[in-house]
Design a protein around this ligand. Sequence first.
Ligand code: GLC
Length: 510
Amino acid sequence: MAKRPEWLDNAVFYEIYPQSFADSNGDGTGDLPGITEKLSYIRELGCTAVWLNPCFESPFLDAGYDISDYCRIAPRYGTNEDMYELFRRAHELGMHVLLDLVPGHTSWEHPWFRESMKAEENEYTHRYVWTDSVWTEPQGYASLRGISQRDGSCVVNFFTHQPALNYGFFQPEQPWQQSMDSPGAIATREAMKDIMRFWLSKGCDGFRADMAGSLVKNDPDSEGTIALWQDIRSFLDEEFPDAALISEWGEPDKSLAGGFHMDFLLHFGPSHYNDLFRCEKPFFSGKGSAAEFVKKYRENYDRTDGKGLICIPSGNHDMDRLARSLHGDSLKLAFAFLLSMPGAPYIYYGDEIGMRYVENIPSVEGGYGRTGSRSPMQWDRTANAGFSSAPAEKLYIPLDPDPDRPTVSGQMADPHSLYSEVRRLIALRHATPALQSTGKIEFICDGSEGQPLVYTRSTASQKILVIINPTDRSFKYRASGDIIYSLGKVTSDRDGIEVPAVGAAFCNAE
Ligand code: GLC
């Protein structure tokens, strides 16, 4: 079992989409010095760690998830030195920084792929997953064909321009399918370790691993991929024991067995995460049910308890903004939930002020429908919402055009804003061990349609009762204890605690 770096026990993460956070040089695209300058804002909100989406050299056909040099910062974001400076500043503030590791594929412009396309055998011939003839399509996988001198089709992982790196097949079935321990597959794995070594030795604190569950092919139960990550984990344990790893996998029972410290619940996969926030009748709108989510969560929790953290993000760069489906106090309630659950919470930049999904804008850098969730951070009411001094038409993605769009400065000045609520909730979490990453959870009511969600969080010496009521009726729960947090007008008497419609209460329980 992977040892967990201690700093994760009370970490609250903030995800930064570097293109859209803060532009320090006025070219319309966010950059690293911009982020460094804003770290104190994130710290003040209460977050103790950040995850940066990829900021490496890339042709940006998938916003940087198509890397052409893993060890070089893309010039539009600054230099490698700027990244080291960001690490230094974060550490000074007592924060940690995770970079995005994209182990599954590169850009088709990566020098490895250029070499791999050559007919003549070389060091990179087996770096990617190739069939033995351009006429042989890899069954069950999309492929890239007809652009190489080499006779073969190359498996792609996501978009056509993202050829799949070769980690082998768990069960090779065709002559061209290599095993996990073939020299080519081992060399890819070692190359990925070298990339991790490079950034960790410069001050990086760990990685979010992109599409982590997809590395080994023909691996229906993920046994091969789990073994691969276990090997990476033991390398980290040996060389960088404080480095943290979180997976984009969405199946904690598998990823945590692979040695990840944390796994995300996501908008895809079996978790029912969408039932809560993003579906026709989300639980937090008061019209839906959390029951399926809770059922699945419990299963995952029981299977993984103690092995690692199940992390529930407020959103990310791939899904609709939380504020597309939830509004007003429902958003506050969603945060009361997110910040009182086990695992490390992840806040997507701008969600703390309720930034909206920007409708009907053209796709930028392979974003398609995701583009509306990637618009520039809204700092204040100056030009371009304080994001950039560039002319508006040069912004990476257009701003939310609403003149009443929420801003950081407006919300910081308002004690009743979403920002203030989120800040309060994070501060409470920091002050209350039972609410932190490893405090135990027991569900009492599972949030079936029309019902609240009720659970306790506990350590050996503390127990907190949490009542989350998104429905349109008040709810009385038979319990007593000091109320340590309330959303809405919560009252308590001898018969129990009454939580109003769209309200919440946390109280000390015995
Ligand atoms: C992940 C990323 C997404 C990217 C894809 C391909 O899902 O989060 O943004 O497009 O992988 O790398």
